[in-house]
Design a binder for this molecule. Structure first.
Ligand SMILES: Cc1ncc(COP(=O)(O)O)c(C=O)c1O
Length: 451
């Protein structure tokens, strides 16, 4: 626990700090905050003072801690991310791509990938994973389709896929990595939702970098119990650590939160400890018991993926949207995401058996009542619009705001993505088609288009 120890030692010393941050290690300016953050947070919130390392150029405790974490995980390089997987995705793209490079991206990507296109100036080509219509969720990215597209586009520099998805669907990263490497293409995997793979591969499957990906990012805050927005970036070293560090320095604050860095270190150590491993197993066993409680009921289905922490549930005769509304309105239970078929409830290392019991009871009550189906939304029409210009050129072009139903044939000037999960419907530079207008007209009154 290098970083934690360093903070504790310095906090205990009598050093008189004429440095940032200006709260001077107390919460007197905003006392209300200390009620819910705790005074200790302020006490330990230090800057890069003597004896503490610098996340932008680590060469002491942070470097030592990151190296130790990389060793525990078994990857060459590891970076602590204090601005979520989003920052790791941007850094991965900024260290791999430059203006006009071609990059193959699975269209069910997170918004940060689109931001990465704007920052790098790279041109996307898309691979659209199939949708499992019964569940309303994306299937894995097909290795065969990836190979076909790479055969047709020999100048692709990198492939970016989301694996697992929000709903726990993992692609065959090993097969896709082999294809990419045969063709000298870098594989970047957005593994934000699959951080537990790193700590329990026997349950969740091998993580992306150990399966052959060159770079992957994982959100420790999503499933591993770390606070928002702690995350990590793992790399096999093919892209040099200097390049990745430089890219991170382009987008990161120069005042990273030391308590957050310590939280990343602590989370990794905990999950590899006996306690942490037991907690992961307990979570899986509690979720299995929840599902078993419904085994005899033919009206309720749980989607089976190799990530049981994502509870994807549907009830016969009720749309996913209605199920989500009922859970919220009548049981005060909030899901993470909904589609026309299913409600998606995320769990993680902090999910207690008690909480799962509350869900079980609510689902049983819903099953015993007679609900009328009210909502049946359509799927997002995900085919990419025709790219008329690069996302970066479109981002910087002059724009005007027009009504959505008048936007047919215009070039989109903004990222339009539904949140969550932030998957793009349209991105800057794409021509707006009738399908997109039909989908958007009741949801969004106007669109920024290129003038
Ligand atoms: C698939 C996917 N990738 C990346 C991210 C970004 O992760 P973070 O919130 O850690 O920045 C998200 C966030 O929801 C996501 O769903």
């Amino acid at each position: 626990m290098t970083v934690c120890k360093k903070i504790k030692n310095i906090s205990k010393s009598n050093r008189v700090l004429f440095t940032t941050p200006s709260h001077d290690r107390t919460s007197f300016v905003i006392p209300e905050i200390s009620e819910f953050i705790g005074r200790k947070f302020f006490f330990h919130d230090l800057s890069e003072i003597n004896d503490l390392d610098n996340l932008a150029a680590p060469d002491e405790d942070i470097l030592e801690s990151m190296k130790h974490s990389a060793e525990l995980i078994g990857v060459k390089d590891l970076f602590y991310l204090i601005n979520g997987s989003s920052s790791g995705i941007l850094a991965a793209m900024l260290s791999t791509l430059k203006e006009n490079d071609k990059v193959l991206i699975s269209r069910n990507c997170h918004k940060s990938v689109l931001n990465g296109l704007i920052l790098t100036g790279a041109n996307p080509i898309w691979i659209l994973p199939e949708i499992d219509k019964e569940w309303g969720i994306f299937q894995p990215v097909s290795p065969q389709k990836t190979e076909e597209i790479l055969d047709e586009n020999i100048d692709v520099k990198a492939v970016i896929i989301t694996s697992p998805t929000y709903e726990g669907i993992s692609s065959d990263v090993k097969a896709i990595a082999e294809i990419c490497h045969k063709k000298n293409v870098i594989l970047i995997v957005d593994e934000a939702h699959g951080a537990l793979k790193t700590f329990a591969p026997e349950i969740f499957g091998q993580n992306a970098v150990k399966s052959g990906a060159d770079i992957a990012v994982q959100s420790l805050h999503k499933t591993c119990g770390a606070p928002n927005p702690c995350a990590i970036l793992q790399s096999n070293g093919k892209i040099s650590s200097e390049k990745i560090q430089n890219a991170l320095n382009l987008i990161n604050t120069t005042s990273p939160s030391y308590p957050m860095i310590a939280a990343i270190e602590g989370t990794i150590n905990f999950l590899f400890s006996k306690n942490g491993q037991e907690k992961i197993k307990k979570l899986i066993s509690d979720i299995t018991q929840l599902k078993q409680a419904f085994e005899a009921n033919l009206k309720i289905y749980f989607h089976n993926s190799n990530d049981p922490t994502k509870i994807v549930v549907k009830i016969k005769g009720i749309s996913g949207f209605d199920l989500s509304d009922i859970l919220f309105d009548e049981f005060n239970i909030e899901d993470e995401l909904t589609n026309s078929s299913a409600s998606i409830l995320l769990t993680g290392i902090g999910t207690t058996k008690h909480k799962l019991k509350i869900l079980e009871k609510a689902l049983k009550t819903i099953l015993s009542a007679d609900y009328e189906n009210k909502n049946s939304h359509s799927f997002v029409p995900l085919e990419a619009g025709k790219a008329e210009m690069s996302p970066r050129t479109a981002y910087f072009a002059e724009k005007e705001q027009i009504e959505t139903d008048k936007a047919l044939g215009h070039i989109c000037g903004e990222i339009i993505a539904e949140y969550p999960p932030g998957i793009p419907l349209l991105i800057p530079g794409e021509k707006i088609g009738q399908k997109q207008i039909d989908y958007l007209k009741d949801k969004k009154k106007s669109i920024y288009v290129i003038r």
